[in-house]
Write a protein that binds this ligand. Structure first.
Ligand code: IVH
Length: 326
């Protein structure tokens, strides 16, 4: 194989493998067997070894980790990473909606979504390539954990479709229950202390220095916010849906992971549905989040010192105590 052929083969194999990763990790709908997938990956690895000058930074072979981070650099967020006002009371959700309606005469559309119980992340993409992934930290600055985030298969290293040149996507990284249980079973077998819960395990895993270990931990993600200087979206839901078309794993209406509604009844239906249905999810959530959809309306409503007025989290009462007693 000459150089030109090797270069072309590396490009086409990279694309093919990215696509299979997408089907498997984002859509949960694999198109080829694990064996055939491994064959493709081995072939790409071999070609990159023979022709390292053609290997992309964002090659799917980089997902296996190997980069060691000695010290996580501090990074100031371009857009502060705020937290959400939260409540356990339906009454307070009703009060919140009533308050917002007093501020504006316009009709308000609300987007209801899950409150994933994981670790918040902000990931920057420049010209469609992941360039940096930063933790929330204190909201003003976080830590650069790019090498570790690169290993998470549901987070694209290179985007597809029509995306903004420079933007940040935010969301949650978590450990699915199946990965958590398998990890603990493994640890029990070798006599290691068990991890307490998926959230802390995800958080600890993301701070590990060896990205190879992170790659083996099967972390997953849902992305729920797009930030940038000149974004063309009218509101939150359309931004999230667009991000899905660039290759991100985003909540969908089909699974009822995200819904838009104009009424408090719609909000309550979503809360009641997930208060029951959450027990059947393959990952943990600790509530639902309600956001005003329209960006212009969000700007009008603004922020308090800590959190946006246009969003609120409803938290479920956990059964942690009962679980302990069991
Ligand atoms: S939105 C300005 N949406 O909950 C609003 N946050 O205190 C930014 N979280 O640390 C957050 N699921 O990591 C938003 N669907 C969701 C979320 C979500 C989980 C976490 C987030 C943040 C905390 C809010």
């Amino acid at each position: 194989m000459n150089k030109e052929e090797a270069k072309a083969a590396i490009l086409s194999l990279s694309k093919e493998i990215d696509q299979h990763n997408y089907h498997y990790y984002v859509e949960s709908n694999p198109q080829i067997s694990d064996y055939d997938f491994d064959m493709l990956l081995n072939r790409l690895q071999q070609l990159e070894l023979e022709h390292p000058e053609f290997a992309y930074d964002y090659s799917p072979t980089k997902r296996v980790g190997g980069d060691i981070t000695k010290k996580f650099e501090s990074v100031v967020h371009r857009f502060p990473m705020l937290s959400l006002a939260n409540t356990y009371s339906e009454e307070e959700i009703i009060d919140w909606e009533t308050r917002l309606k007093k501020v504006t005469d316009e009709e308000l559309n609300f987007v209801c979504e899950l409150k994933y119980d994981g670790v918040a992340i902000g990931i920057r993409y420049e010209n469609g390539i992941m360039t940096r992934a930063v933790t929330r930290g204190d909201g003003t600055q976080g830590e650069d954990i790019t090498a570790n985030v690169r290993t998470i298969r549901s987070i694209p290293l290179k985007l597809i479709g029509h995306f903004p040149d420079d933007f940040e996507i935010r969301g949650e990284i978590f450990m699915p229950l199946a990965s958590f249980n398998a990890l603990n079973a493994e640890r029990e077998e070798i006599g290691e202390q068990l991890f307490a819960n998926p959230r802390n395990t995800a958080s600890g895993t993301l701070k590990m220095q060896d990205s190879k270990v992170v790659a083996e931990r099967n972390l997953d993600s849902y992305l729920y916010g797009v930030y940038g200087d000149d974004l063309s979206f009218e509101g939150h839901l359309s931004a999230v849906e667009n991000a899905g078309s660039w290759g991100f794993k985003v909540p969908t209406k089909e699974k009822n992971f995200i819904q838009r509604t104009t009424s408090i009844e719609g909000i309550m239906d979503f809360i009641h549905y997930w208060d029951k249905a959450r027990h059947g999810l393959p990952f943990e959530i600790d509530g639902v989040v309600i956001k005003v959809d329209n960006y212009a309306q969000q700007r009008k409503l603004g922020f308090t010192a800590k959190s946006p007025r246009w969003a609120i989290a409803f938290k479920f009462k956990t059964e942690r105590v009962e679980t302990l007693l069991e």
